[in-house]
Design a protein around this ligand. Structure first.
Ligand code: PYR
Length: 501
């Protein structure tokens, strides 16, 4: 390309535009040109999406779904062609997309933040204002989405047995998780592709977590790089790492060692996703433009037309097994927690191989449909651990469907050390940015204090199984038909609705 360099040795748009096909493909990302011809068949998101930008500027598509170090990490330096004089690059005429125009109108009519009174409200707003593909990726569950909905409704089958006259003037919701003090027993669990919801991505959650003194679990498949998310923390703020285990264990070892050196206080190995589930909403939205945190060049037979989840996950090792746990223990001093345990036998096995914790989770209903809710599994696990005298050998967490502080309290009564919350913070961030995340966390804190008071407990260690009635928990059918007479008479709350059109 040397001959065509113009002023200040920059490439011109015209020069780049000549390399516009599968045999010879250059693209511009953030003002620099790259020769991706040989990389095309290896792109985890498939070659098609790159070819759409062959000879052109692909930054806008690229940005939300690739951590900033992607090109340095995965494209040989010889293919980095240098700066482009962006004044010489033809601006694409953007067609007016009617869907996007409508979305912008909905954003204009968004309820103000103070109209959101609970976590569901953020979700209702996010649904209206997010880009369709982004909403589809975040909100989708596996298959018929039975487990996804069960996660939330499982909490409706647990009822309280509050106690009275306890002097509940002072309430303290603080506790510890894996030895770290937190102000309230929830953590921000790992969720992928944060920049789909907010241009700044996961660091927004880092800031929210800091403000409220809660722990953030950093996802392997974040939009921001791992280091950006760690750099965004302050002081003694605590972060954990969620790990997808790569077929190439050298890569995994590097990730784990780096996380430990950067101060991560827990290694959460995802064990419920040897292959990512089938999320049809995501697939339907034809999310072909993906490739977050690409860890593998695997040009094998990955089907790349199946939505964001499939496209970003081809590196995950389905051969991961119990035999690997000693190896993890040999490469890190971080506590090891298995994320995605779904039966009591596996909790006991996790104790016996020396794990420090488990997260009873079905991955937000995004993996095996008809997996039971974390809270139902919890109710099965804790009595058995107590019977075996193992209850203090391991910290038990749950995630999935938690939308209210009463859900958190129910889980803690049943013996959970804490709960993970994922989508609600993503939706708060997508709709309202950091102020949304801040408000969502504050709402949970306020609900928590009030409800602790109302069941008659001042501190977290007072919560126990005697405060809940779980007899309905194993019923997977709806016990009570809807009261249609009452429905006619009932005035629903005015939610965060849009103003009249
Ligand atoms: C998910 O989409 O559920 C991932 O964990 C990547």
């Amino acid at each position: 390309h040397g001959s065509s360099n113009t002023q200040a040795n920059k490439l011109t748009g015209q020069e780049v535009a000549k390399h516009n096909n599968a045999e010879d493909c250059w693209v511009i990302i953030h003002g620099r040109a790259y020769d991706v011809t040989e990389f095309l068949p290896e792109h985890p998101g498939g070659p098609k999406i790159i070819l759409k930008y062959a000879g052109k500027d692909g930054t806008e598509q690229y940005e939300p779904i690739h951590p900033p170090d992607t090109l340095d990490k995965y494209l040989d330096k010889s293919k980095h062609l240098g700066e482009v004089d962006m004044n010489t690059v033809e601006k694409e005429e953007k067609e007016e997309d009617p869907e996007e125009i409508e979305r912008q109108e909905r954003i204009q009519r968004m309820p103000i933040l103070e109209q959101c009174y609970n976590l569901m409200d953020f979700e209702a707003v996010a649904r209206r204002v997010m880009k369709k593909t982004a909403w589809a990726y975040y909100s989708s569950g596996a298959d018929d989405e039975m487990t996804m909905r069960e996660n939330h409704s499982a909490f409706h089958k647990i009822w309280f047995r509050p106690r009275i006259l306890q002097d509940v003037e002072n309430i303290d919701t603080s506790t510890t998780m894996l030895g770290s003090k937190v102000s309230i027993p929830f953590y921000v669990t790992a969720t992928a592709l944060g920049k789909l919801g907010n241009p700044e991505g996961e660091v927004v959650l880092t800031r929210g977590a800091r403000k409220h003194n809660v722990i953030q679990m950093i996802p392997t498949l974040a939009s921001c790089s791992f280091d950006e998310i760690v750099d965004a923390k302050e002081g003694d703020q605590v972060q954990w790492l969620q790990l997808y285990v790569n077929k190439n264990r050298d890569i995994t070892k590097r990730i784990v060692e780096h996380a430990e050196s950067r101060g991560c206080k827990g290694l959460f190995i995802t064990v419920d996703a040897p292959q990512l589930g089938r999320r049809e909403k995501d697939m339907r939205s034809k999310f072909s433009d993906v490739g977050s945190n690409v860890q593998d060049t695997g040009g094998d037979n990955v089907d790349r037309s199946q939505g964001a989840a499939r496209a970003i996950s081809s590196f995950i090792d389905p051969a991961l097994s119990w035999k690997d746990i000693p190896w993890f223990k040999s490469i890190t001093k971080m506590p090891i927690i298995l994320k995605g345990v779904q039966r009591v036998e596996d909790v006991i096995r996790a104790v016996s191989v020396g794990c420090d914790g488990v997260v009873l989770s079905n991955h937000g209903g995004r993996q095996l449909d008809f997996a039971r809710s974390g809270v139902e599994v919890l109710a099965e696990v804790m009595p058995e651990l107590r019977r075996l005298g193992l209850q203090d050998k391991i910290e038990v967490y749950i995630d999935g469907g938690i939308r209210r502080a009463t859900d958190i309290i129910k889980a803690l009564c049943l013996g959970a050390k804490g709960v993970g919350i994922g989508r609600p913070f993503l939706f708060a961030m997508s709709a309202y940015g950091l102020p949304g995340v801040d408000r969502a966390m504050q709402l949970l804190k306020d609900e928590m204090e009030m409800n602790m008071r109302l069941i008659g407990c001042n501190t977290i260690d007072q919560l126990g199984p005697e405060f809940v009635d779980t007899r309905g928990l194993s019923m997977h059918s709806t016990g009570v038909p809807s009261d249609t007479l009452a429905l006619d008479a009932y005035d629903p709350l005015a939610g965060p609705r849009e103003k009249a059109r």
